[in-house]
Design a protein around this ligand. Structure first.
Ligand SMILES: *[C@@H]1O[C@H](CO)[C@@H](O)[C@H](O)[C@H]1NC(C)=O
Ligand SMILES: *[C@@H]1O[C@H](CO)[C@@H](O)[C@H](O)[C@H]1NC(C)=O
Ligand SMILES: *[C@@H]1O[C@H](CO)[C@@H](O)[C@H](O)[C@H]1NC(C)=O
Ligand SMILES: *[C@@H]1O[C@H](CO)[C@@H](O)[C@H](O)[C@H]1NC(C)=O
Ligand SMILES: *[C@@H]1O[C@H](CO)[C@@H](O)[C@H](O)[C@H]1NC(C)=O
Ligand SMILES: *[C@@H]1O[C@H](CO)[C@@H](O)[C@H](O)[C@H]1NC(C)=O
Length: 436
């Protein structure tokens, strides 16, 4: 059963060199002929143009020095004047990648991006583009939905004589570290339907980065075609895709933690691929890798709280009911590891880890306060929240996100600031037969 999860993940990695596929929604084929927003005759004089590295353009999630996006649901955000936003995409864009974009708090819109093309995303014809407030300056946000694909920003255009406006970051920040389960594998909008995105966007007023990739292990070894594990790859800008290998070989750009703000909360959900017998990862190797990931988070972000999620491994029918496979998910090992991180022995001299130099260091000075928490996923999803590709359905993802939101609210006092604008797209299922 678990084999099937990861096998499908591998197919996802290797077969789809061109972006195409069928999206099913409640078992129905979803229409995906999103508007073609390419413009072929754009004249430079009709635009004011900013380069990809303009200070006004904020990059969300992991982007490399060439402004190429990696991992799940990376994005850009900026304020603008006028009623026009166009973006030129570089040749490192995955041709056909589906992006979501929105004005202010209006609903997401979607379009497939062509590598090397300019796309007109906001114009006076775009519904809502003339609404004067309350969000001021007008804001534009774009997110890449396909986890396996990325875009390269070449330049950003507004109408001639108009300008971009730098938006301040929100005051709080989360990081989600994981595999296909966090990354939205086989949900309807992939990254944009994942529980990781739903958690962060659903908290509201929160910056987020989702460093999750399908099939990846915590342990540093090949798992389902991913050459490295998260104990290595999390410290780098790019993910473990063939796209990254084609661009960087085995010499990717380390992620510059010093140049990016620290996360306040890091949520780690990894190990489903480690526990799969196919990958031959021992419990000891798994716990060693997971511990080093936590030590890496602590080393780079000493004030971050770390939430380790227990694994969920699907369900099986037994007789006339269903049970969960959770007992196979390194349950005791994870529990003991979290206890160790909370012990006086550890907290007196915490260990930190650098995944690039592979150096382990003992901190002499530390706060001595526990920072690792265990989030028990048992009981959140049921058997029909898992789809035929062995991953959460959209509904399953929403359940996980909602529970985590309340956990973070209750445990750390984070207010829920998202109080209106759409988080999940295309989830308005309802019964219009209200008077039988
Ligand atoms: C647009 O993206 C969707 C989702 O990835 C995909 O199903 C569809 O085939 C793409 N369309 C084009 C024209 O690339
Ligand atoms: C630009 O191209 C579009 C089709 O892509 C066409 O509809 C429009 O008339 C053209 N505009 C000019 C000014 O040539
Ligand atoms: C894409 O590649 C072509 C051919 O090498 C080049 O002419 C063009 O300037 C490139 N465009 C971008 C946006 O990088
Ligand atoms: C915005 O444009 C729409 C459609 O053209 C128009 O009906 C509406 O009055 C405009 N609203 C404002 C605030 O200008
Ligand atoms: C796992 O171990 C078995 C037995 O040692 C070996 O046959 C198999 O090739 C290994 N698989 C991987 C993915 O390393
Ligand atoms: C999670 O909760 C279930 C049900 O209460 C329990 O059986 C399991 O041991 C818990 N797991 C962990 C890791 O605490």
């Amino acid at each position: 059963m678990l084999l099937s999860i990861a096998r499908l993940a591998v197919l996802g990695l290797r077969v789809l060199s061109q972006v195409s596929g069928t999206i099913l929604q409640n078992g129905q084929v979803k229409i995906t002929n999103y508007p073609d927003t390419r413009i072929i005759n754009a004249s430079a004089s009709s635009f004011t143009t900013y380069p990809a590295n303009a200070a006004e353009v904020s990059y969300k999630g992991r982007w490399d020095s060439k402004h190429v996006s990696w991992w799940s649901a990376p994005g850009i955000k900026f304020g603008y004047t006028g009623q026009t936003v166009a973006i030129s995409f570089g040749n490192w864009t995955s041709d056909g990648a589906l992006v979501a974009y929105r004005i202010g708090g209006l609903d997401w819109m979607f379009t497939n991006i062509t590598a090397g093309a300019t796309h007109l995303l906001v114009s006076p014809d775009t519904p809502g583009s003339n609404l004067t407030g309350p969000i001021n300056p007008w804001t534009f946000e774009l997110r890449v939905t396909n986890w396996a694909y990325g875009v390269q920003i070449d330049s950003v255009h507004v109408a001639a004589g108009e300008r971009l406006v730098k938006l301040p970051d929100y005051g709080r920040r989360i990081e989600i570290i994981g595999d296909s389960l966090a990354q939205g594998y086989s949900t309807s909008y992939e990254g944009l339907s994942s529980w990781a995105y739903g958690l962060a966007a659903g908290l509201g007023n929160t910056e987020y980065s989702i460093t999750a990739y399908s099939g990846i292990c915590a342990a540093d070894q090949d798992c389902w075609g991913n050459p490295r594990g998260q104990v290595h790859q999390w410290f780098y800008t790019s993910d473990t895709s063939g796209r990254a290998a084609a661009m960087y070989g085995d010499d990717p750009e380390p992620w510059d933690f010093g140049r990016h703000p620290a996360a306040d909360i890091a949520i780690i959900n990894i190990g489903t691929n480690d526990q799969n017998p196919h990958n031959n990862v021992s419990a000891a190797a798994y716990i060693d890798a997971l511990s080093k990931i936590i030590e890496g988070v602590h080393g780079n972000w000493p004030d971050a709280q770390v939430i380790v999620m227990s694994l969920w491994l699907g369900f099986y029918q037994s007789g006339n009911t269903y049970f969960s496979d959770a007992s196979q998910g390194f349950v005791d090992e994870i529990k003991q590891m979290v206890q160790w991180f909370n012990s006086d022995d550890y907290l007196r001299n915490p260990v930190i880890y650098d995944g690039v130099t592979k150096q382990t260091t003992r901190l002499k000075k530390c706060s001595g306060k526990p920072f690792v928490h265990l989030f028990n996923t048992t009981g959140i999803m049921q058997h029909n929240d898992i789809n035929p590709a062995w991953h959460p359905t959209d509904v399953g993802a929403i359940k996980v996100a909602s529970h985590l939101q309340q956990y973070i609210h209750v445990k750390f006092g984070w207010e829920l600031y998202a109080t209106g604008p759409e988080v999940y797209h295309d989830t308005t299922y309802w019964n219009d037969q209200v008077s039988y």
